[in-house]
Design a protein around this ligand. Structure first.
Ligand code: B12
Length: 282
């Protein structure tokens, strides 16, 4: 006997062992991390039964779920989510430290096929800007801001996209020494992964010489420097020139620059686009 999981509620159901796979195999079949498949089961979108304390997923349910995910991205986009209200709600959860509620909100959208980069752009970015404004105005404490930031880091990590298909190339993502804003690098890394780049995510506060050395050792096809602290802008531009002159295409971000710009600029610098007659492709 197994217990059937729908939206975290266990109900009666039978095992039918031969037609079931475990959660790890299901995650592999779907090309996602184990934790992502687990979240889908917990949210009820991927039906599962619990057998002797372990999730088992019916192959037919798994195939159906995989087919839905394979539908072209446009078709899977939900009809215009009401971003304004959603962002406000997420901002409140983040400020109150309500991680579970925040996770439920974003997992629900991801489940409906909303791309992670859209969730970041339309939910996390406005929520973080408003937290930054609250901090300046003195209505949000440093501790509250740190707690919210840590939640966002974990949630983006959890949504980590791992699409099927050939990678466009290897991209190194970092913010340079003196810039402690890691989150924009996490956003950039998630966006590039979603767009089928293999990403080496170095985070923030990385010495420029280390980025240059790492990019060479890793055989990077692209370096992305996120910049949030304006004091680091100049050194980012210098580092990008150094990287380019050693043959590694490099693009530099800035506050207010969008993830869509990043996606397009990265594609334009990809190995495929640089080949004679090449295109950055879909
Ligand atoms: C969280 C946060 C922090 C955290 C960061 C922790 C972490 N793990 O990231 C901590 C506490 C460390 C921090 C520290 C500081 N912070 Co701060 N911080 C923020 C906050 C609230 C969010 C930052 C963020 O994630 N922004 C991401 C989104 C929301 O903004 P965005 O800049 O448009 O980012 C986009 C681009 O970067 C793009 N992108 C990323 N990579 C690439 C690459 C390419 C090529 C392209 C095209 C695009 C791209 O993606 C993002 C989304 O679209 C902002 C508020 C804000 N408005 O950003 C303040 C903010 C950035 N911080 C600010 C300040 C002043 C500081 C401190 C100086 C405070 C202090 N006195 O200590 C220090 C600086 C520390 C340092 N040396 O860097 C100011 C900066 C003002 C300014 N222009 O100088 C802000 C704007 C707050 C404010 N309203 O005043 N901060």
């Amino acid at each position: 006997m197994g217990r059937r999981y729908r939206g975290g509620v266990a109900t009666g159901g039978s095992d039918g062992a031969g037609d079931h796979v475990d959660l790890r195999s299901a995650a592999e079949r779907l090309g996602v991390h184990y934790q992502t498949a687990y979240q889908w089961v917990r949210a009820g979108s991927l039906p599962a039964v619990v057998v002797r304390g372990r999730y088992r997923i019916d192959r037919a349910d798994l195939d159906r779920f995989a087919r839905q995910r394979d539908e072209p991205r446009q078709e899977r986009r939900p009809a215009a989510p009401r971003w304004g209200r959603l962002a406000e709600r997420l901002g409140q959860h983040l400020l109150r430290g309500e991680e579970h509620e925040a996770r439920t909100q974003v997992v629900e959208l991801a489940d409906r096929g909303v791309p992670v980069s859209d969730i970041i752009t339309n939910l996390f970015v406005p929520a973080l800007r408003s937290i930054g404004e609250g901090w300046v105005a003195g209505t949000v404490t440093i501790a509250e801001e740190h707690r919210a930031t840590a939640i966002v880091e974990r949630l983006i990590g959890q949504l980590a996209p791992n699409p099927r298909g050939r990678r466009r190339g290897r991209a190194v993502v970092a913010a340079l020494s003196g810039d402690h804003h890691a989150l924009p690098t996490t956003m950039a890394a998630a966006t590039l992964r979603e767009d089928r780049w293999h990403v080496e995510h170095l985070g923030s506060d990385v010495p420029p010489a280390e980025v240059v050395r790492f990019a060479g050792d890793a055989g990077a096809d692209l370096v992305v420097l996120s910049v949030t602290n304006p004091l680091v802008e100049e050194v980012a531009v210098e580092t990008s020139q150094r990287l380019r002159s050693s043959g590694v295409p490099t693009i530099v971000g800035a506050p207010g620059r969008t993830l869509e710009e990043l996606r397009l600029e990265a594609r334009a610098s990809s190995p495929a686009a640089r080949r004679p007659g090449g295109s950055s492709g879909p």
